[in-house]
Design a protein around this ligand. Structure first.
Ligand code: NAD
Length: 495
């Protein structure tokens, strides 16, 4: 244990020294590294899928490849297509008082980025932030979940073929190692996991003033509006709950359905699940609950709901333990654990909500979710949800697909997270945007120096602040500039 922690510290020192020796990897080098990761993902796809399936007990090979391998590959394609633009210093305007000087923002690598991954999509949660960190010119240390030992071993082997440890290093180990990892003085930490542990990470990072990106979870609602096609909504939500057996941060956690359509919704969801997984116990494409600990919780949650008066409709036959088909729960009340905790499994509570107002009240009375789903056709309702309801992201008429768009940031808000490592926002968050002002030699900066009280200084002061005696009615610089721009605008209009 002490050896493991010493090893973490040792690698951090080596990565820091390497940053000092090569502080700004050029575009060509970054592109070469990203291409090497993409090529390795393709070569290792079967080994990675087998390892992930082993960690879960059984996990769909297609889902392993689609999400954990293909998604990072597409992320690399997106980064390769945009990196030159992202890296380019951004020209900015100087304030009018400093006009003629040069202002820009230079995106500088932060240094060493620590990545802590959860177990549910072990590769994408490790490799995704790593790709963006490398694109931004950083070095990366990755701490994998204690529930992903096989995935950790294959990922370590794959990345060691490309990177020396002073550039990218992968660590396994238990929670003690994770705690020591989070307390290292990284230049940025990207954490994926629960809100409870997210608070621990932020506490540990605060001791070093390390900035954090927290990709957390929460209860993501699926609002089925009166205008929705029940068949379509049920099919989509069933897919969201069955994909990775509901063990996805953006899985629809519960559905809000008009009271008089609940029976039709339940019937359609059962049918949709059975079409996808007629025999979940023997279906290699139906993923297991990842561990005995997580399976015990699923059964306890269902027992608690039934004890408090809920009705459970099972969408198929499970094996009584880690193979759990979708479980639709109706007659739910707020005191049930399924309505208080993030589910992260194939349980689907259905809450009766007859109008969008009622659904919005229900959602906004609870912690801000990671995702929000709307099924329906009303443009005014969509606009209200976009503007009035806080959620990390939103897909209209399906679940989760907003997460797969390379140009969109993905992240939570409030209880569901802070920041994002994806899209252009991700590049910026893993870079330091350094303000650079270059003063021109001829600029009369001496006018700002003492001795104070010269005529020019008094004039500048009067222009900026106006005269203390309003009776003099001198225009301020803002008014002068506003008049100027209004005049320009009206002359443009008349032209
Ligand atoms: P978790 O919070 O229990 O663990 C996450 C990681 O933190 C693991 O690697 C674990 O070893 C480590 N860890 C645990 N305790 C720690 C501590 N005290 N200090 C430092 N590290 C510690 O979460 P989990 O069970 O692995 O994953 C499930 C949660 O993750 C759910 O809430 C889910 O919504 C969320 N999640 C979010 C996203 C996202 O992108 N927003 C993606 C996947 C999962």
């Amino acid at each position: 244990m002490n050896d493991a922690i010493e090893n973490l510290q040792d690698i951090l020192v080596r990565q820091r020294n390497a940053c000092l020796a090569s502080p700004y990897p050029e575009l060509k080098q970054r592109r070469r590294e990203l291409k090497a990761v993409r090529e390795a993902l393709s070569r290792y796809q079967d080994q990675l899928a087998t390892a992930m399936s082993g960690d879960f007990g059984r996990r769909s090979e297609f889902e392993c490849k689609m999400l954990d391998v293909m998604f990072p590959a597409l992320q690399i394609d997106h980064a390769l297509g945009n990196l030159r633009r992202w890296m380019k210093p951004q020209k900015r305007r100087t304030d009018w008082l400093f006009r003629t000087n040069g202002a820009k923002v230079v995106y500088q690598p932060k240094g060493v980025v620590g990545v802590i991954a959860a177990w549910n999509f072990p590769i994408v949660e490790a490799v995704g932030p790593m790709i963006m960190a490398l694109a931004a010119g950083n070095r990366v240390m990755i701490k994998m979940s204690e529930f992903s030992p096989r995935s950790t071993a294959v990922l370590r082997e794959m990345l060691a073929e490309i990177f020396p440890e002073d550039q990218v290093a992968v660590f396994g180990g238990g929670v003690e190692v994770a705690q020591a990892f989070a307390s290292l003085p990284f230049d940025h930490i990207v954490f994926t996991g629960s809100p409870a542990v997210g608070k621990e990470i932020m506490r540990a990072a605060s001791a070093n003033l390390t900035p954090v990106t927290l990709e957390l979870g929460g209860k993501s609602p699926a609002i089925v509006a009166p205008s929705a096609s029940i068949e379509h909504a049920a099919r989509s939500i069933a897919h969201g709950k069955a994909f990775n057996a509901g063990q996805a941060c953006v899985a629809p956690d519960y559905a809000l359905v008009p009271r008089d359509r609940i029976d039709a919704f339940v019937a359609a969801a059962v049918s949709a699940f059975q079409q996808m997984y007629p025999n979940p116990v023997d279906d290699p494409n139906y993923t297991c609950i990842a561990s005995d600990r997580h399976a015990k919780r699923v059964h306890e949650l269902l027992d608690d709901a039934v004890a408090k008066g809920a009705t459970v409709t099972s969408c198929g036959t499970g094996n009584g333990w880690r193979v759990v088909p979708m479980q639709i729960v109706t007659g739910v009340t707020p005191d049930m654990r399924i309505m208080q905790e993030e589910l992260f499994n194939p349980i689907l509570p259905v809450v009766a909500c007859d109008s969008l107002d009622e659904s919005i009240r229900y959602v906004t009375a609870r912690p801000r979710p990671l995702a929000l789903y709307y099924y329906g056709t009303q443009a005014d309702e969509i606009k209200r949800l976009e503007r009035d309801v806080h959620a990390g992201g939103m897909t209209v008429n399906d679940w989760a697909w907003h997460v797969f768009q390379g140009d969109l940031p993905f992240g939570g808000t409030g209880n569901s997270g802070i920041g994002s490592w994806r899209g252009p926002e991700g590049f910026k968050s893993l870079s330091h945007g350094k303000s650079v002002l270059t003063m021109k030699r001829w600029f009369p900066i001496g006018l700002f120096r003492p001795p104070y009280g010269t005529r020019v200084q008094r004039l500048i002061s009067a222009l900026c602040l106006g005269h203390p005696d309003p009776a003099l009615n001198l225009p301020s610089s803002y008014e002068l500039r506003r008049d100027d721009s209004t005049a320009q605008a009206s002359s443009r209009e008349s032209a």
